[in-house]
Ligand binder design. Structure first.
Ligand SMILES: [Zn+2]
Ligand SMILES: [Zn+2]
Length: 188
């Protein structure tokens, strides 16, 4: 018995509803934590965290808009389903970049990071890896699900029902049969 994608549904197989962290709320929490330690974070941080859904290899970024004097914080979507503490830690890393003289990872930024780490149990570092954060590495494609009908390719980083039992699914675009290939280990 094959599961068919619902008419009009874009996904190749039904995605179970999943709860994600409300990062805008967490951002305010992290800003308050920094202020408690008298770390001079900017008063002009955009309240809406931008979510990056591409595989850029970075977990967060802080963009300074020189024209408006505001800061936009961005995080990777892999953090939306990460542990709460891990998500806050990345937000904290970026929030510290809004401090005067901290648009880098030099001494001043490092000292603020150390204070946040001591006070809140973070492990803010200059660079992070998926292994360190315990999140999915989006750049690593371990499985490639391919449609024998239209040739559509669906990259997957992890084992899943689809990867283990492609015969239970069919292509949402054309109804074709799916096969899975194991992709040779990639270094990122
Ligand atoms: Zn940084
Ligand atoms: Zn197809």
């Amino acid at each position: 018995m094959k599961q068919e994608a619902f008419a009009g549904q874009k996904n190749i197989y039904p995605v179970p509803p999943q709860a994600v962290l409300n990062v805008d709320v967490l951002l305010q929490e992290v800003i308050a934590q920094a202020k408690t330690l008298h770390i001079p974070v900017s008063e002009h941080i955009q309240p809406h965290v931008r979510i990056n859904r591409r595989a850029t290899g970075r977990f967060g970024a802080c963009f300074a808009d020189r024209r408006t004097g505001t800061f936009q914080i961005e995080i990777s979507d892999v953090l939306l389903t990460a542990r709460r503490q891990v998500c806050c830690q990345t937000l904290a890393h970026e929030v510290l970049h809004t401090c005067y003289g901290c648009q880098n990872h030099k001494k001043r930024w490092q000292q603020y990071a150390e204070r946040m780490n001591c006070a809140y149990g973070y492990a803010i570092a200059r660079t992070d890896s998926p292994e360190r954060l315990g999140v999915e590495n989006k750049r690593v494609v371990r499985y490639l699900v391919r449609c024998g009908g239209c040739g559509a390719e669906i990259p997957r980083a992890r084992r899943s029902r689809l990867v283990e039992h492609p015969e239970e699914f069919c292509c949402a675009k054309c109804g074709g049969t799916l096969t899975v290939e194991r992709v040779a280990e990639q270094k990122s």
